[in-house]
Design a protein around this ligand. Structure first.
Ligand SMILES: Nc1ncnc2c1ncn2[C@@H]1O[C@H](COP(=O)(O)OP(=O)(O)OP(=O)(O)O)[C@@H](O)[C@H]1O
Ligand SMILES: [Mg+2]
Length: 266
C-alpha cells in the first residue's frame, strides 16, 4: 500500500531524555526518560493529570519542555514547530476529535493530504494537467486510507454527522494522511463501545503490520494490556514503572497508583 509505506531504520525510534515541564509552580512532568524502537506499540498510562497529554505535546512540538531533550531517529525535536515534527514522521491525534465537521469524510482526507503534499490547494484548483494528475493520485490515496481504517463507506457523509467511533477513526485517517512512521494516539478508544474498541484493536495491529510505530495514551487498561509491547506508567508527572504488560500488571506501585492497595489491573 503506497499511501502508507514508510521507510524506517529498525532501531532508531523516539528518545525522551530528562524532560521536565513546569506550568508556573505546577510540575506537570519531571525527569521523564524513555525510548522506543522499531515498530513497537508503547503505551503511556497513568491517572488523570499524570502528564500524558503534556508528554505528547512536548514530543510533537506543541509544548516546549522546561528541561530535557527529545529526538526522533537522531534528530533533536525541541524547538521544532508541530508541522516540522510531523514532517519527520511523528504524527499525533488529539484527545478530543479534531475533524473538519462540516466537510465530507473524503474532503477531510483531501485537505489532510494537501496539507502535507508539495502541491498547494491553490495550485490544485488552477488545475493544470499535471496538477489534475496529482489530484487524481491524491483522491486515490484518500480512498486507500479510508478503506484501511474501515470508513470508506462513509466517504460522502458530512464528518460531523458520523457516529462518535467513526469520527475517531477519521481522526486516525487524517493522521495517516501525514504519512507517519510513528503515530501518537491520545485516548483513541475513549467513548467507543466494545465493538468499536475491538475494531480499533484490529486497526492498531494492521498499523503495526505496516511497520508504523505507535505511542498510545489510553485509560482502557484491558486494551492497553492486550495490545502493548511495552508500557510506561506515569504518576504525578514521574515514570513509576516501565515494562511488558505482564510486568506492569503485577507491579504493586502501579496497582496502588491506579486503584488503591490490593486491587488488580486485569
Ligand atoms: N497549558 C497548561 N497550563 C497549566 N497547566 C497545565 C497545562 N496543561 C496541562 N496542565 C496541567 O498539567 C498536569 C498534567 O496534565 P495532562 O493533561 O498532561 O494530564 P493527562 O495525563 O493527559 O490527564 P488525562 O488522563 O486527564 O487526559 C495537570 O495537572 C494539568 O492540569
Ligand atoms: Mg490527557
Amino acid at each position: 500500500m503506497n499511501a502508507l509505506a514508510v521507510a524506517r531504520s529498525p532501531d532508531e525510534g523516539l528518545s525522551v531524555d530528562g524532560v521536565a515541564v513546569h506550568f508556573g509552580g505546577l510540575v506537570a512532568i519531571s525527569d521523564m526518560t524513555f525510548k522506543t524502537s522499531g515498530s513497537e506499540i508503547v503505551s503511556l498510562i497513568g491517572p488523570n493529570g499524570a502528564g500524558k497529554t503534556t508528554a505528547f505535546n512536548v514530543i510533537t512540538g506543541f509544548q516546549r519542555p522546561t528541561q530535557g531533550a527529545v529526538s526522533y531517529r537522531g534528530t533533536p525535536l525541541v524547538g521544532l514547530k508541530p508541522h516540522q515534527v510531523a514532517a519527520l514522521g511523528l504524527v499525533r491525534t488529539f484527545q478530543r476529535t479534531s475533524v473538519f465537521a462540516t466537510n465530507t469524510v473524503l474532503d477531510n482526507l483531501k485537505i489532510g493530504l494537501h496539507r502535507q503534499s508539495r502541491t498547494g490547494l491553490l495550485t490544485a484548483l488552477l488545475a493544470l494537467p499535471s496538477e489534475r494528475a496529482s489530484e487524481a493520485r491524491l483522491i486515490a490515496e484518500a480512498w486507500e486510507i479510508l478503506e484501511f481504517v474501515g470508513i470508506a463507506d462513509r466517504a460522502h457523509q458530512i464528518a460531523g454527522t458520523l457516529p462518535y467511533g467513526e469520527q475517531r477513526l477519521l481522526g486516525v485517517a487524517l493522521a495517516l494522511a501525514g504519512r507517519p512512521s510513528m503515530l501518537l494516539l491520545d485516548e483513541p478508544v475513549s467513548g467507543m463501545n466494545p465493538t468499536e474498541t475491538a475494531n480499533f484493536l484490529r486497526l492498531l495491529r494492521a498499523l503495526r503490520a505496516k511497520d508504523i510505530a505507535i505511542l498510545l495514551v489510553e485509560h482502557d487498561v484491558p486494551m492497553v494490556m492486550e495490545i502493548s509491547d511495552r508500557i510506561v506508567v506515569l504518576n504525578y508527572g514521574r515514570i513509576i514503572a516501565e515494562g511488558s504488560p505482564a510486568e506492569i500488571q503485577s507491579n504493586p506501585e502501579v496497582i496502588a497508583a491506579y486503584l488503591g492497595q490490593g486491587a488488580t489491573l486485569a
